[in-house]
Write a protein that binds this ligand. Structure first.
Ligand code: HEC
Ligand SMILES: [Cu+2]
Length: 315
């Protein structure tokens, strides 16, 4: 896109220089010669020249623009296997948060996208309920998230940093709080992040598999009685009906809570992440995000502490 912009600017600059140059020459000559010079009406040679020139230039601009538009729109037709993407992401809009699946890995996250700098990332944009729109203003155009009709878009960042993302299609009461962040890292940092995340999912699934045998639970802090109590609340109070914690896709009514303590935001931007805010959210999600799909469990402060201990152990 940038290349096209520069090319068009250069072409226009060329035309500008030629036209102003001719005007300046004419002015300069006109000042020297006081009389009107000999006129040259109806010279078919110069008429043809001044017509074909601009036509050729317009065709040239048309062709390079059309080429770019076609390649941008051709993305959906590219078969995943032969796409020239280096990384594949699936982003699924939910009321009111984003599920992020990393192709070729078991990593599933929410409201945060991690990508390496300078790599082409192919994003499949889908929705689990209503029409949303995936938008990272600094990195790409908007792309509709339509249930049952995946769309594709490229994300590519040339600079490391944090980029803001939004839902750009009104999708219900909490549409405004459907934010996400894109973390663009160096390739080495991205690889490190990826292997940490994968290792953590494996650890969590293993420790869940052994849930009956809690002595062997190596998640962390096995001496903390709150941890085991928190886990029991999590398993028994119905959290598992909406949340996965081991990097698996289902259930996905709510965000996957694996590595929740590594997040920077909660409730798709409504709260920044901190142990305290995690507790506040669990105490009453409806207070911060009225209408959101997570019920208020009316937990006691003690139960909230136990849940927080358990959730923060999923590193
Ligand atoms: C009926 C489904 C449902 C149940 C049951 C449920 N949640 Fe949620 N939860 C959600 C949804 C949906 C969200 C996302 C809300 C949003 O951001 O709009 C969420 C968000 C969260 C978040 C914030 C995650 C993030 O990335 O922002 C945490 C933590 C959480 N739930 C923990 C729990 C715990 C612990 C339980 C059990 C006590 C539980 N949830 C029960 C649906 C549910
Ligand atoms: Cu939305």
């Amino acid at each position: 896109m940038y290349d096209l912009f520069i090319t068009v600017v250069l072409i226009s600059l060329g035309i500008f220089i030629v036209v102003t140059g001719l005007i300046v020459i004419a002015l300069w000559r006109g000042k020297k010669e006081k009389a009107i010079p000999e006129q040259d009406f109806g010279s078919s040679k110069s008429e043809i020249f001044w017509m074909t020139g601009p036509i050729l230039i317009l065709i040239w601009i048309f062709v390079i623009s059309a080429k770019l538009i076609l390649t941008m729109n051709a993305v959906p037709k590219v078969h995943p296997a032969d796409a020239n993407a280096e990384i594949e992401l699936t982003v699924i809009g939910h009321q009111w948060w984003w599920e992020i699946q990393y192709g070729g890995t078991s990593i599933i996250s929410a409201n945060e996208i991690h990508i390496p700098v300078g790599k082409k990332v192919r994003v499949k944009v889908d929705s689990a309920d209503v029409i949303h729109s995936f938008w990272v203003p600094q990195l790409a155009r908007k792309m509709d998230a339509i249930p049952g009709h995946p769309n594709y878009i490229w994300l590519e960042a040339n600079k490391e940093g944090v980029y803001q993302g939004r839902c750009a299609e009104y999708c219900g009461t909490q549409h405004t709080w459907m934010k996400f962040k894109v973390y663009v890292k160096s390739v080495a940092d991205y690889e490190k992040w990826k292997s940490n995340a994968e290792a953590s999912f494996t650890r969590t699934s293993q420790s869940l598999g052994k849930s009956s045998d809690s002595d062997k639970n190596k998640t962390s802090g096995k001496d903390d009685p709150n941890l085991e109590k928190g886990k029991q609340i999590f398993l028994n109070e119905g959290c598992v009906n909406c949340h996965a914690i081991d990097g698996k896709t289902t259930p996905n009514i709510g965000p996957n809570l694996s590595r929740i303590s590594q997040r920077k935001i909660l409730g798709a931007g409504v709260l920044s992440y901190s142990t305290e805010n995690l507790g506040k959210w669990l105490k009453d999600p409806q207070k911060f995000k009225p209408g959101c799909k997570m019920p208020d469990f009316k937990f006691t402060d003690e139960q909230v502490d136990q849940l927080v201990t358990f959730l923060e152990s999923l590193k």
